[in-house]
Ligand binder design. Structure first.
Ligand SMILES: Cc1cc2nc3c(=O)[nH]c(=O)nc-3n(C[C@H](O)[C@H](O)[C@H](O)COP(=O)(O)OP(=O)(O)OC[C@H]3O[C@@H](n4cnc5c(N)ncnc54)[C@H](O)[C@@H]3O)c2cc1C
Length: 371
């Protein structure tokens, strides 16, 4: 049976995998294996991109095309969080600018086209992959295609499931049970509200914002162990429950909702210090390495940034050059510590709810807990 040789095999064609693949071309022969046959239809949640991402898009050579697409510049944010009084925040003092509210499918497509254009090979519909460690790298066998691929470097970019890392025996240090229950509302013509509204309550927190293409996302984040989410699975219950909060009700009056969707959304992270236990030449990037809580709006930035860091390590001679792995790990541990510090401060904010399990459990997610 013919075996195809590559320099890098990446599992997962999300933002992280696609960005890494593009950054490695033309120097490396790169294969991406993607489980999906084609991208899902309809709007996708995960729309808020910080302004700092423009540096990474520039590095990818995609900034100009990104700026000419139909993404919206982020407006101000209005939140009821630490106190019951709404607080305004804008990006006036942020040197990177306000960032964007994305047409997320168009953004994913931009990265996909960027990888294809750079000469990356993408195999879609890869449902059964058998991964074997070799002395000098990795072998991936695909069924039912019955093709075999080999490379010295294997990357897990499979998103929050960390499917490959876990199959190779790596542990996750954190796996928070936050659940996001969300829907898209069709905006009324009179809905001119461009703010991102965030609001804490006893069971969790809400946000709503207009996204491109005349839609508004309405999302509630609560514990998957909280029986409330089962009651809220029906659009009418969900909207009624949201309307208890005047701050949200003002905006979503008489808007009609699409079916409700559910997504696990809590912090998850691999044991970064022990990545090499999976085998020589293994790295994880994007959500597969660290999944950020959506309150941070950092997931996409992190996907692109870890891709850039992994590309740097590979170009510096990873896996033969041990220093390349060490600096990747040191950088990611640093990101983790800073992220956990901010997460702890954010979830400790609404003291009025601190006796509710949703808030008290998350206050325990300190950087020290994951050292
Ligand atoms: C509710 C919610 C709201 C969010 N809001 C924001 C936001 O406002 N701003 C922000 O920056 N981020 C947000 N995010 C996070 C952001 O969407 C992710 O961080 C980002 O998509 C991560 O990209 P990724 O490439 O690492 O993973 P993914 O986008 O998950 O891509 C992983 C890819 O791997 C494929 N795959 C999985 N398993 C396998 C396998 N075994 N074999 C082959 N392929 C596989 C999947 O099909 C997928 O294509 C949000 C997330 C959630 C859940």
């Amino acid at each position: 049976m013919p075996v195809k040789e590559w320099d890098v095999i990446i599992v997962g064609a999300g933002l992280a995998g696609l960005a890494l693949a593009r950054l490695l071309r033309p120097r490396c022969r790169v294969l991406i294996l993607e489980r999906r046959v084609k991208p899902a239809d309809g709007p996708r949640i995960g729309e808020s991109l910080p302004g700092a991402a423009s540096v990474l898009l520039q590095e990818l050579g995609l900034l100009e095309r990104f700026l000419s697409a139909s993404h919206r510049v982020r407006g101000s944010a209005l939140s009821i969080w630490d106190q019951e009084t709404p607080i305004w925040q804008d990006a006036l003092r942020d040197p990177s600018g306000p960032g964007w509210l994305l047409d997320r499918r168009a953004f994913d497509q931009l990265l996909y086209e960027g990888a294809i254009e750079a000469g990356v090979t993408i195999h879609t519909g890869c449902r059964q992959t058998e991964i074997t460690r070799l002395n000098n790298g990795w072998q991936v066998h695909l069924s039912p295609e019955e093709t075999t691929h080999k490379a010295p470097v294997l990357i897990d970019a499979s998103g929050r499931s960390s499917a490959i890392a876990r199959a190779l025996g790596l542990k996750r240090l954190a796996d928070d049970n936050l659940l996001c229950l969300y829907t898209f509302l069709k905006c009324r013509r009179e809905d001119k509200d461009a703010t991102l509204r965030t609001c804490a309550d006893e069971h969790g927190w809400w946000y709503t914002v207009q996204i491109p293409q005349g839609k508004r996302v309405l999302a509630y984040h609560l514990d998957s162990t909280d029986p409330l989410w089962r009651q809220l699975r029906y659009p009418e219950h969900f909207l009624d429950y949201a309307k208890r909060l005047p701050f949200i009700a003002d905006i979503i009056q008489e808007q009609s909702s699409e079916a409700l969707k559910l997504h696990p959304a809590g912090t998850a992270m691999l044991d970064i210090s022990n990545l090499s236990q999976a085998g020589k030449g293994f790295l994880a990037i994007g959500d597969a390495l660290i999944t950020f809580d959506p309150i941070s709006s950092q997931g996409m930035f992190h996907a692109l940034a870890t891709a850039a860091s992994a590309a740097k390590a590979i170009k510096a001679g990873f896996p033969e050059n041990k220093k390349a792995l060490e600096s990747f790990q040191a950088e990611m541990l640093n990101v983790c510590q800073r992220y956990l510090k901010h997460l702890h401060i954010t979830y400790s904010g609404p003291e009025r709810f601190s006796h509710h399990p949703f808030w008290s459990n998350r206050c325990e997610m300190t950087p020290q807990a994951y050292r």
